[in-house]
Write a protein that binds this ligand. Sequence first.
Ligand code: NAD
Length: 282
Amino acid sequence: MAVIIDGKAVSAQVKENIKTEVSALQEKGISVALAVVLVGEDPASKIYVRNKKIACEAVGIQSKEFLLPESTSEDELLQLIQQLNEDPEINGILVQLPLPKQIREQKILESISPIKDVDAFHPVNVGKIMTGAFDFLPCTPAGCMELLHSAGITAEGKRCVVIGRSNIVGKPMAMLLLHEHGTVTICHSKTPNLAEICRTADILIAAVGRAKLVTADMVRPGAAVIDVGMNRQDGKLCGDVDFDQVEPIAGAITPVPGGVGPMTIAMLLKNTLKAAFLQNNL
Ligand code: NAD
């Protein structure tokens, strides 16, 4: 039976620490604020934005929402980001993705000041993740690392397999494991013999978006399995890992829900706090 890594409990502890640091800053007269920009009416995005606001408020970070209509032009959004970049009251800027089709996502992400880029999507921050000299870590991969650490697992000397190569999860996840001296393989939709490669992993990270893709035959006994996937099957939220099959084999495993999801928001708060430190030369 695997150790179940409890993302709710780990994230609660992270948030408690952030709350303490935010209130210490407030005592010095420094407030911490995150600007969250939502363009359009995407229902899932609205829920994410609401959850981020609630999480900010719970730790004393001000959340300033900017809700723009679906018809917003790229120039209008760029203007808003410019204002937020220049606003000394704003420490972090998050533009909720996806954006409506008339707006180029990359152009917007590149317009956010790197020092306020709490998602760590700006090419400057992506480059810093490559070199290891980073200010901000991408939220979901950073959350996965914290979950591993909470279970006493580090990547050093381990064989790590990441399934998925997106810019948001898979690629930066592989870099963080590599920085921690793991030996890392990245798999993707064109990888042959996926099961065979996965079976070599001491640490297996699934970030695909396909319900129950990872089955028992793909997991080495005792492996740590981190499930990033968020899928709906028969109306229920489930991950990329077939939890019921894999849990008896794995050494440690994250559930969905209650695993990586809560950590992503906690890491966003951590980055916003870090941004406030950096901008105040602390
Ligand atoms: P994405 O669609 O950008 O990337 C998916 C990756 O999976 C691609 O690199 C693709 O090559 C690979 N892939 C697709 N089919 C495959 C297959 N059959 N075998 C092997 N690889 C395959 O997705 P993403 O943004 O990286 O997100 C991945 C999943 O993680 C989604 O379910 C998403 O909802 C979830 N997610 C969760 C959180 C969280 O906080 N829990 C955060 C971000 C993403």
